[in-house]
Ligand binder design. Structure first.
Ligand SMILES: [Zn+2]
Length: 106
């Protein structure tokens, strides 16, 4: 099974392939932007795929944080630290849509 690139759960079933690869990049915690190592291809599970297709960034980020906590990743409980992290995650997720991706089954 492939890992979902959004929520990190091991049940990805879809692949988003960007049409505009040059515009796809990742932003790190300290704001450094680097090109994606995987040509901007994002794998998604059914749930995340629904949220991507409906452009529901808020729930997509909430889901990612929830599953990260389940998997033992230490996250801030709230406040500016969590807000900053949400912005970084949102910027990274937004690269999926910026590349005008096509969606295909894995
Ligand atoms: Zn997912």
């Amino acid at each position: 099974m492939s890992t979902c690139d959004f929520c990190t759960m091991p049940n990805a079933r879809w692949l988003y392939v960007p049409q505009d690869r040059a515009r796809v990049a990742l932003m790190s915690d300290d704001g450094v932007v680097v090109p994606l190592p995987n040509d901007g291809r994002w794998r998604a599970c059914d749930l995340c795929s629904d949220l991507v297709d409906t452009d529901d960034m808020e729930r997509l980020i909430a889901r990612a944080f929830t599953t990260m906590r389940i998997l033992g990743v230490l996250l801030p409980d709230g406040g500016p630290d969590l807000e900053h992290m949400a912005m970084v995650v949102m910027a990274n997720f937004a690269t999926v849509l910026a590349g005008r991706p096509t969606k295909q089954p894995l």
